[in-house]
Design a protein around this ligand. Structure first.
Ligand code: G3P
Ligand code: MG
Length: 242
C-alpha cells in the first residue's frame, strides 16, 4: 500500500489549526502514520503550507499566500476556533518534522489561476530529493503538475486527485503514470472503486469524518481515507480489525 488506511487531512484539522506543525504533531500523537498537507509558494518563492486561495478566513490577513514574502508569512498565525493560533509553517519545517516523527507525507500541490502546482514542485523537489528517509506521495488536481512530477521525480508515486471521477480518468492516469486516485467520498460509487482497482491502482477518499462512512468505503475496497479526525478511526476496534 502506498499510504496508511488513515491519513491526517491537513494534519489533525478537527483538533488543531490546519496545515501547521502542531497539527502534524497531533497526528503522530494520535498514532497516525501519514499526513496530507497543501503547499503554495510565497511571493519570493518559498513553499508554505496553506490550503485556501485567500488568507483572510484562517489568518485575518488580506490577499493570498503569493502576495507576501516568506519573512512576512512567518509572522502570520493560523486560527482554529477557540484553540490556540499556530504559526504558518514552511514546507522545510514540515519536512523536518515529518521525518523526525516518522510520518509519511502526501504533498498536495495547489493550483489555480495564480499558483501553479508545477512551479511549486520545481521549488519543492530539491528540498525533498535528498531525504530518502521521507515516504512521499505527490498529488494534485492539476494534471500539468503531475506531468512535471513524472519528469522531475519519476520514482515518487503520483496520485490523480478528482472530485468526481471524470469520464477520461484512464487517460489522465496513463498520462502521468499515477499509482493511485484520490477521490471525494461523496459522489463515489462502489462500481467505480472496482473499475479503478481492476487497473491495479489504489483508491483513497477525502474527507471522511465518520467511522460508518469509512467502514463502507473500506468494504468497497478503498485503501485509505483522508480525515480531519484521525482518532475516530485509529481508536475504533472495528477499524483496527480490518
Ligand atoms: O488531498 C485530499 C484533499 O485534501 C483534497 O481536497 O480541498 O481538502 O485540498 P482539499
Ligand atoms: Mg488537500
Amino acid at each position: 500500500m502506498l499510504m496508511s488506511s488513515v491519513i491526517g487531512h491537513r494534519g489533525a484539522r478537527a483538533l488543531v489549526a490546519e496545515n501547521t506543525l502542531a497539527s502534524i504533531r497531533r497526528v503522530a500523537e494520535l498514532g497516525g502514520r501519514w499526513v496530507e498537507l497543501d503547499v503554495q509558494l510565497s511571493r519570493d518563492g518559498v513553499p508554505f503550507l496553506f490550503h485556501d486561495d485567500q488568507l483572510a478566513p484562517l489568518t485575518g490577513q488580506t490577499g493570498r499566500v503569493g502576495d507576501y514574502d516568506a519573512q512576512q508569512l512567518e509572522q502570520m498565525q493560523v486560527i482554529h476556533g477557540a484553540q490556540p493560533a499556530q504559526p504558518l509553517a514552511s514546507l522545510a519545517q514540515a519536512l523536518n518534522l515529518c521525518i523526525e516523527l516518522g510520518l509519511g507525507l502526501n504533498l498536495e500541490l495547489k493550483s489555480d489561476g495564480v499558483q501553479r502546482g508545477a512551479k511549486t514542485l520545481e521549488v519543492c523537489w530539491p528540498m525533498m530529493r535528498d531525504r530518502p528517509e521521507l515516504s512521499l506521495v505527490i498529488s494534485s488536481f492539476d494534471p500539468e503538475a503531475l506531468v512535471v512530477a513524472r519528469r522531475l521525480c519519476p520514482a515518487v508515486p503520483r496520485s490523480c486527485l478528482f472530485e468526481a471521477l471524470p469520464k477520461n480518468w484512464r487517460d489522465q492516469v496513463d498520462q502521468v503514470a499515477a499509482r493511485a486516485i484520490h477521490l471525494d467520498a461523496e459522489p463515489l460509487q462502489a462500481e467505480q472503486v472496482a473499475q479503478i482497482k481492476q487497473l491495479g491502482l489504489e483508491v483513497y477518499c477525502y474527507t471522511v469524518n465518520s467511522l460508518e462512512q469509512g467502514l463502507k468505503l473500506r468494504k468497497w475496497g478503498v485503501q485509505g481515507i483522508f480525515t480531519d479526525a484521525p482518532q475516530l478511526f485509529l481508536d475504533a476496534p472495528e477499524w483496527r480489525s480490518l
